[in-house]
Design a protein around this ligand. Structure first.
Ligand code: NAI
Length: 245
């Protein structure tokens, strides 16, 4: 029996990249997954790629509080309750601040930060009642350091760090843990948008000399979700090849 057998986990943005690797790793650890994404075809194929049965795909925009509440109701009806929430859905809309539009700002904050608020809000009461639950937020090293051209994204990820620490303090007495993972640069569709010059420059800033893999983040999610992490809450753990120390 694996350490997360009989646990139910929601992964937002679980249809590709880091979210897909997290879903696959949690399935290997014994979880039943509810994968949330925006694209029905992609979420269905993510579910089909998982190692055992009983997983379900859901389409929902996490920035929409009504949509989110409805999906969580559906998931609770299907699975009874949810043990693990991974707030992974995220977008970038990079631009130098002087050229950044209000829409670029709102879109990124609404998905990356408000999305985590919406999902956590929809699930926390039930976790507190059951005196058990794990919330893992995927932030970014950019939330720790800032980054030119990413004022909106860095603010959303820094916000997620404050959110994580506050939720951890409020929910710890009720048996619910909340931690965040700050990936450095991970090889996914998000970083595939970067030009060769930028990637070369990035490599030079990473002591380990290469980008990370989605599975590097997924391995830490599995650890934080499991019983070995039972005394860990409110932490922001980087997975970045040594980029930020
Ligand atoms: P990705 O772009 O490959 O995947 C993002 C996922 O989020 C997709 O499945 C997408 O459908 C979903 N999503 C986006 N907006 C959504 C919404 N409104 N509602 C529901 N789902 C939505 O990105 P990647 O690289 O896998 O990133 C995953 C997370 O890790 C993000 O939060 C990102 O900010 C964070 N991260 C990624 C890094 C990287 O280098 N790839 C570095 C640091 C953090």
């Amino acid at each position: 029996m694996s350490e997360l057998s009989e646990k139910v986990a929601i992964v937002t943005g679980g249809s590709r990249g880091i979210g897909l690797a997290v879903s696959q790793e949690l399935a290997r650890a014994g979880c039943t997954l509810a994968i949330i994404g925006r694209n029905k075809k992609r979420v269905d194929s993510a579910v089909a790629s998982l190692s055992n049965n009983g997983h379900q795909a859901y389409t929902c925009d996490v920035s929409d509080s009504v949509d989110t509440l409805n999906i969580v109701k559906l998931i609770n009806n299907e699975f009874g309750s949810v043990d693990i929430l991974v707030n992974n859905a995220g977008i970038t809309k990079d631009n130098l601040f002087i050229r950044m539009t209000e829409e670029d700002w709102d879109d990124v904050i609404n998905v990356n930060l408000k999305g985590a608020f919406n999902m956590t809000k929809a699930l926390a009461r039930n976790m507190m009642k059951r005196r058990a639950g794990v919330i893992i937020n995927i932030t970014s090293v950019v939330g720790l350091t800032g980054n030119p051209g990413q004022a909106n994204y860095a603010a959303s990820k820094a916000g997620l760090i404050g959110f994580t620490k506050s939720i951890a303090q409020e929910l710890a007495p009720r048996g619910v843990r909340c931690n965040a993972i700050a990936p450095g640069f991970i090889d996914t569709d998000m970083t595939a948008e970067l030009d060769d010059e930028t990637v070369k420059e990035l490599h030079s800033r990473i002591p380990m000399g290469h980008l990370g893999r989605p599975s590097d983040v997924a391995d830490l999610v599995r650890f934080l979700a499991g019983p070995a992490a039972h005394y860990i809450t409110g932490q922001i753990i980087s997975v970045d090849g040594g980029m930020v120390m």
